[in-house]
Design a protein around this ligand. Structure first.
Ligand code: PLP
Length: 372
């Protein structure tokens, strides 16, 4: 029997998909490059790790591993609802917020529809759009950020979904409350607007929006957040959407019944209760951001001002050789060629010693030219 031609058997959208490229794991770097004590500033992880309370809760949850998790995620949704001031039925849990982004697309988008997002926006938006076989409508960025006027102008009767990351990854750019609400208010009723706030807890800007307060006015709005970034639980995979309960009900229909595991559920509840840890993470990030941006400026480099826990540095030339050279120094950052930003490296704010090590390694590889 001949082999089936899987490429032709695959759904049309899947044929052209290029999988999401994660940051290189530390272990892989150490193995491949023969370096030790590598540091990873490539995936916007919290360098402090999770709250100790979350770790205790995760340990305790191990005792019940033979049981299925609570498929409704009652305790976590209840805790989120109380803290966010929304109804429990407004919350949909996801296996990371990537999961909820995909749930929205699966619930609302067909191959006949269009999905609008910005140039340089988070890589998952094109992925979920293409997996469905829907048409991606990519609007040109302005100063590396979302051009809301261009996005609004690109909405057609076939538009079903708009993705907005605020702040955006990998650029760190952000939208003010007035600009974003003006945009949301302009959206026709057939368009679902997802506002992806993965870095919400890090943002200290006074004009950053409180989008949850808009939900009662705009029933087509979905706000996505995660425990992967400021809460330091990226490895457990837990995120959530807040929306009108009727919209959440539709997301719930395409959600796998046990999409969030029991350890993640327990750790997330405990993480919410540790506001000191969150404050510490925020303060560390602010200090680190100041040191890193000052450091790259001293090296003569530009960067895109960021309100996240990362910054995109313009190295003034194609960045991959520098990325490679940094790997030989045991420093993992993220080149942004696959985002169409070949001259930028995205660097996650780390611990003070990690930031210092990145800056000295960068100074060294800039001096050496491209070669390791
Ligand atoms: C990291 C990130 C996510 C969240 O990913 P998880 O699936 O929750 O780990 C979502 N959106 C953006 C823009 C991100 O940078």
């Amino acid at each position: 029997m001949s082999h089936p031609k899987f490429q032709e058997l695959a759904a049309p959208g899947v044929r052209g998909l290029v999988p999401y490229q994660p940051g290189k794991p530390i272990e892989e770097l150490e193995r491949e490059y023969g370096v030790s004590h590598a540091i990873k500033l490539a995936s916007n992880e919290n360098p402090l790790g999770p709250s100790p309370l979350a770790l205790v809760a995760a340990h305790e949850a191990l005792a019940s591993l033979a049981r299925y998790p609570d498929g409704g995620g009652f305790a976590l949704r209840d805790e989120l609802a109380k803290r966010l001031g929304v109804e429990r039925d407004a919350i949909t849990l996801g296996n990371g917020s990537n999961d909820v982004l995909e749930l929205v697309a699966r619930a609302f988008v067909t191959p006949e529809d269009e999905v609008v997002f910005s140039q340089y926006a988070f890589a998952v938006y094109p992925l979920v759009t293409q997996a469905i076989g829907a048409q991606a409508v990519v609007t040109p960025a302005r100063d590396f950020g979302h051009d809301l006027a261009a996005m609004a102008a690109s909405v057609t009767p076939r538009t079903r979904l708009v993705f907005i990351a605020n702040p955006n990854n990998p650029t760190g750019t952000w939208l003010t409350s007035s600009a974003l609400e003006d945009f949301v208010g302009k959206m026709p009723a057939h368009v679902i607007v997802v506002i992806d706030e993965a870095y919400f807890e890090y943002v200290a800007e006074p004009h950053y929006p409180n989008t949850l307060s808009w939900l009662s006015r705009y029933p087509n709005l979905v706000v996505a957040r995660t425990f992967s970034k400021a809460y330091g639980l990226a490895g457990l995979r837990v995120g959530f959407a807040v929306s009108h309960p009727a919209l959440a009900n539709l997301l719930n229909r395409v959600r796998q019944p046990f999409n969030v595991n029991s350890i993640a559920l327990a750790a997330a509840v405990a993480a919410l209760g540790d506001e000191d840890h969150l404050a510490k993470a925020r303060a560390l990030n602010q200090e680190g951001m100041a040191i890193l941006t000052r450091g790259v400026t001293v090296l003569g480099l530009d960067y895109i001002p960021s309100v996240g826990n990362f910054v995109a540095v313009d190295v003034g030339r194609v960045a991959t050789p520098l990325y490679e050279a940094l790997l030989y120094q045991g420093v993992i950052v993220r080149p942004l060629g696959n985002y169409g930003m070949p001259n930028h490296l995205r660097v996650t704010i780390g611990l003070p010693e990690e930031n210092a090590r990145f800056l000295s390694a960068l100074a060294r590889v800039l001096h050496m030219g491209a070669a390791p």
